[in-house]
Write a protein that binds this ligand. Structure first.
Ligand code: FAD
Length: 322
């Protein structure tokens, strides 16, 4: 089975989703004795191609059109790549960009599209697992077709590592400029500066247990002391205490840090959907029956207003008065 995976980059860097796509694609290609092709469109294609040449990648296609993501360019380029590579499975990231072009590509190529995959198995047919009803139910979609497009959820596959011996090939997508109806004129970050919680290695995440906006300073100090990034559950954002780009969860961001410290967070399914991929989860919650303890590796069942200052002192910081 030939697999074609479309990498993603933004502002000069490949996104983690690209390397997760490589793992998903390689697993599928290996299981079926096929090849894995990866394509990168626009930006620093030579640098990106070197980085995408990870273990198990057979070919990296570079498409030298544009700098940043553009719907019309991506749609045309992916359709042209599909015609060239003729894959059985086309993999795209289920990210903001992926959700923008994947349906258009699937429509243009008359392919069935399964979105937001969290697992893919290949037997006689392709079986794609996805979640429904706010992650309460898992469904397996068996695709009765020879060719299929799948978008994969970020954070579900580990990023591919190692260096491969892929062929790197330039591909002329022959973009029809008259059909490119939008241009990227710049980036405007959603409040909160340019913090990207999806890239953080350590996240200190605060929830409703913090009680008041003034108390956020306490967890902020812990984050600073640990060299970590501050994130939160949804009520904190809904209250306007932290900007939207700090929200973890189903309607926020999916994060996969090495360490996730959940402070005063109950562990609702919609929150867990965004952080269950963290390597190590630490919970601080005074309710030992809180669902966060179902997935925490370490837990401190105590009052956060006692625990957090003690942690700040332990790691050499100066706890603020709250
Ligand atoms: P709570 O559930 O109120 O939990 C607070 C926790 O703090 C409790 O467990 C309590 O025991 C503990 N606590 C209280 N005081 C202390 C103390 N002094 N010391 C220690 N612990 C203490 N939520 C998200 O987070 N992200 C999302 O993206 C998201 N998307 C949603 C999408 C939809 C469609 C819907 C319906 C909901 C969504 N939610 C989301 C909301 C979600 O259902 C929960 O309401 C939310 O996650 C709860 O946030 P919390 O854990 O901070 O608050």
């Amino acid at each position: 089975m030939t697999v074609l995976a479309i990498a993603e980059h933004r502002r000069g860097d490949l996104r983690d989703a690209s390397f997760e796509l490589v793992t998903a694609g390689r697993d599928l290609a290996d299981a079926t004795g096929g090849d894995l092709h990866v394509a990168v469109i626009g930006g620093d294609i030579d640098g990106f191609a070197d980085d995408l040449n990870r273990e198990g990648v057979d070919v990296v296609h570079t498409v030298a059109d544009g700098e940043e993501f553009n719907h019309d360019v991506y749609t045309q380029a992916v359709e042209a790549l599909y015609d060239e590579v003729a894959p059985e499975v086309l993999l795209m990231p289920n990210t903001v960009n992926g959700l923008d072009y994947a349906p258009a590509v699937a429509n243009g190529l008359s392919l069935p599209l399964v979105t937001d995959a969290i697992d893919i198995e290949s037997d006689d047919t392709l079986a794609v697992t996805r979640e429904m009803y706010g992650s309460k139910v898992e469904t397996v979609v068996e695709v009765d077709a020879d060719h299929v497009a799948v978008s994969i959820r970020p954070g579900e596959w580990p990023p591919a590592e190692g260096t491969g011996d892929a062929h790197i090939e330039e591909f002329d997508a022959d973009i029809d400029e008259s059909a490119v109806r939008s241009t990227v004129t710049g980036f405007q970050e959603v409040g909160g500066g340019d913090v990207d919680i999806t890239e953080a290695e350590v996240l200190v995440s605060v929830g409703r247990g913090i009680e008041e906006e003034e108390n956020i300073a306490l967890v902020e100090e812990l984050a600073d002391t640990l060299g970590a990034t501050l994130s939160s559950s949804r009520p904190i954002v809904d209250n306007g205490w932290l900007p939207k780009n700090r929200q973890v969860g189903q309607s926020g961001k999916v994060v996969t840090p090495e360490v996730y410290i959940a402070i005063g967070i109950s562990g609702a399914v919609q929150h867990v959907a965004g952080m269950k991929g963290a390597e190590t989860i630490v919970a601080i919650n005074n309710d030992s029956s809180a669902p966060i303890y179902d997935l925490a590796d370490y837990g401190i069942v105590d009052d956060l207003f006692d625990v957090v200052p003690a942690l700040i002192e332990e790691f050499g910081g100066d706890p603020p008065e709250v």
